[in-house]
Design a protein around this ligand. Structure first.
Ligand code: 5GP
Length: 110
């Protein structure tokens, strides 16, 4: 089912896009939890249960994360990548995505 991220991909609503290629888009989170908070999103409307056919796509996501972290100058100091899954994971948008957080020394995970 289409989510708000599909609207961002289709340019139906605006977002501060920091990276895009044919498979992946990345933009600033609207409610940042760290000085750098980027959402890295496969353009395919993949949900949480990653299929065999999606394994290369997840590799594309991590290649994008590495590029974005370098571009934004947080690669050397370090950063965190989080994927929230379903209710207990605190997921709000059901289109698989990865939070790239950095720009300060991050606190505990939970
Ligand atoms: P989740 O909790 O599903 O892992 O994360 C969803 C994230 O999407 C949240 O951090 C939330 O702030 C962000 N978000 C929700 N709606 C929008 C939006 O319209 N634009 C942007 N840029 N981020 C959004």
């Amino acid at each position: 089912m289409a989510t708000i991220f599909t609207k961002i991909i289709n340019r139906e609503i605006p977002a501060a896009i920091v990276f895009e290629n044919d498979k992946v888009i990345a933009f600033k989170d609207i409610n940042p939890q760290a000085p750098v908070h980027i959402l890295v999103v496969p353009k395919k409307e993949t949900v949480n249960d990653i299929k065999e056919e999606d394994k290369e796509l997840i590799g594309e996501v991590y290649l994008a994360i590495g590029k974005i972290a370098a571009d934004l100058g947080i690669a050397e100091e370090g950063y965190r990548v989080i994927a929230n899954c379903n209710e207990y994971g605190g997921q709000e948008v059901f289109h698989i995505h990865f939070h790239l957080l950095g720009g300060k020394k991050l606190g505990p995970l939970v």
